[in-house]
Ligand binder design. Sequence first.
Ligand code: C2E
Ligand code: MG
Ligand code: MG
Length: 591
Amino acid sequence: MSTDRAIPLGLVIDDDATMRLMIRRGLERDGFRVEEAADGDTGFVAFTTHSPDVVLLDAIMPGADGFECCRQIRGHPGGERCPLLMITGLDDDRSVDRAFEAGASDYVTKPIHWAVLRQRVRRLLGAARAERQVHHQARHDALTGLPNRLFIDERFRQMLAEARRYGHRLALVFMDLDRFKLVNDTLGHATGDRLLQDFATRLVATARETDSVARLGGDEFLILANRIACREDAAPIAQRVLQILCQPPVIDGHVLNVTPSVGIAVYPEDGETLEELIQRADMAMYGAKNQGGNRFEFYRPEIGLRVSRRWTLEQGLRRAIKRDELVLHYQPIVALSGKGLLGIEALVRWQAPEEGLVSPGEFIPLAEETGLIVSLGERVLEMACAQMVRWRDLGLPPFPVSVNLARGQLTPDLPAFLAGLIDRHGLPGARLTLELTESALMEPTAGVCQMLNDIKAFGASLAIDDFGTGYSSLSYLAYLPVNTLKIDLSFVQRSVVDTKAATLTAAIVALGHKLGYTVVGEGVETEKQAAFLRAQGCDAAQGYYFCRPLAAAGFEAWIESSGVLLDPGPERPAGARRMRRPRPPTYVTTG
Ligand code: C2E
Ligand code: MG
Ligand code: MG
């Protein structure tokens, strides 16, 4: 339709040239442009060519009359909602009925009363505009302006008819943004919304004119592509989608390194209905995500099987949190210079009814993606505190317990939750250390820094986990209130076989000490690795060489047999930077 044109277009269909001329003049006076046709057949052709905003048509004409022409226009795509004003000299009830039956919006009778005609045209245009707006709103997404599912339903029906007629394929390219939830959780929904708008604009720019781009909701988008000759023709579409975020969007001052995952299903082999195609493209997308995201996958039946396992896992995990199927194992963090423990790390496991003990590597990423991480993390913190209280009652030394936090847990509610937790269990804040990976601390916002300071304010410590594996610059170390660096096990283990890794590990220990941190080596499996760390002046270590992670009872037995105590903590070398906040006292003299 010509709705966007500033000047409305009227199409006048009448076999009487004088009448056409009069109507033309009347419309032009009212600011219209005008096209004319002298009979129903050419009138219909003129309609399809010019897409007018309003049609005025005579009822009685040679050949296809006004009623017939009206019906044809109504049956034509785009003609359903065009205002059609029937002009008739026949003032009888039957003609009026016929005009409406044929789809006319209204009628005027000859001789034409110009003021009436003008009012009717104006009213019809106003009504058509309002109807178009409602129609548009119902079929478009308010946030991005992209078509929505309803629009795609209609478009799919048209494309399907064409594909069947010409033997083409259709491709449904389905996508979402990897770790989009993290953006929402950490930077807020307003930033998330702007990211979606930015992505939508890029997506439209990359699509062919004949493709339809839509947003289904959340961060789910699709491209419906027609005239696909063979399956492989869909791959370049997906490849273009992967490229559109190569230049990362900068939103509200944040460089957002987000990537899409894309799944493709093709009509007719993967499905014959839109429903089926979306479902399978969605499965293929999950297949892509399972391989790390930022890639595309075609639907294959095996993917269906894998995805359904993932789905089962997600449902199971939801249950696990509710039904207390999570358990904590504990691993000591052993002082390398002294004799005791610096603390204990709590590591979650899922005691699944059918599968047995599931390791966090399998379900933490899923919990992060699905947002379950917040309730899971709260459960873990509750369990760790409850265990500390039990150990206190048993008379064990007050070892600080380290709990791992995922980025998705850094919500504005976290400090208040932690303060309440500590308070409820009657524990000093200093008993709690929170471990965050480097990648979780990537580009910390002012809000995250404030939150970490709030957490530290009640005595808890912060450790950077898996140090060396993240992608971030070191600059964040200067302003984050961190106490401990934990060197990733890959550095520790390679240090004894690879001189470059050894140099790096030594440099990390020195750097950590210069900044006033306690440095812990992770994943120590051999005496040689422990000796290497000790030689570098590393403060503490953790690994199978000392003790595997053990369930609470096993850990108690280990403590009893080894007789270890709480280590006073490392002494800072001369010249090391003082901590901004003094370390809370952890030294306890027992026995
Ligand atoms: P992490 O925090 O770096 O924990 C250390 C991991 O190394 C643990 O794996 C531990 O069992 C393992 N490990 C300890 N000593 C050795 C060793 O000598 N050799 C080797 N090869 N591995 C060793 P686990 O328990 O499977 O946990 C894996 C990761 O899952 C953890 O890495 C942590 O990032 C995450 N995780 C564990 N529990 C939680 C939790 O409650 N919340 C969150 N958000 N993440 C958790
Ligand atoms: Mg850890
Ligand atoms: Mg680690």
